[in-house]
Design a protein around this ligand. Sequence first.
Ligand code: SAM
Length: 280
Amino acid sequence: MTEESPALYVVPTPIGNLGDMTQRAIDVLRQVSWVAAEDTRHSAPLLKHYGCTARLLAAHQHNEEAAAQQVIARLAAGESVALISDAGTPAISDPGARLVARVRTAGFRVVPLPGPCAAVAALSASGLTESHFLFYGFLPTKTRQREEALRAVATLPYALVFYEAPHRILETVEALAAVYGPERTLVMARELTKLFETIHSCPLGDALDWLMADTNRQRGEFVLLVSGAPEAGDDGEGERVLKLLLDEGLPVKQAAKLAHSITGAGKNAMYELALKVKKD
Ligand code: SAM
């Protein structure tokens, strides 16, 4: 960070474990003149903890345009600003995106710092093997809109990543099972980086029972991840042909490739399945 070149620094903060604050985040918070915070009162203890003496300005979802003008004025005066949210990465299901857009349009540098983000942390430990994921964030809270939103991404062969609050976890998991069917995998990543961190993976059809079996399992903050839609042609035929080929003694790679060519089932899915069959 150089004081000669003012910039807006987008600074992630911990999602539950103070140890996840990066050294660079601490350095930036100590060096900037201003911190734009989602909730200045909420962030004051964290900033104090790291010896940040910058002045604070509020940048939340209801004042983002006005906050952007304040930030641009500070940058124009040659002062750097750090943007933080209550927890995790700003602009990811948090305020900040519009502010960043205005600052970029005004021609100032925006510097992202990598760091805590619940979606990325959950995905990295989910065991989902899709090559792609779709970050959805929060679903609509009304039943019909939520169902429409779920249907809109139902056929994508990507892992789907949702954020959910504890008081809606049961109804959301129920909606996921209703729209995506009982067989797709659901990973519930709860209280990440905290004392009661839990990452549970099961078929969507079993998820509600698992949550109901112990009310503690419904507590805290959740990331919900759903495995991607089965690829076209994956109607069980791929698996049948693959097993025949493996039984005939074909090597994993060749059997997967042939099963894919013959049935149209996903190449990666066939390869993963072939490895699993061999191992079992
Ligand atoms: N900007 C944040 C980020 O980078 O992850 C997300 C903020 S959003 C307002 C809050 C939601 O993130 C929660 O409702 C929950 O879905 C998810 N979340 C935040 N912290 C979490 C944690 N420790 N464990 C699981 N999910 C978490």
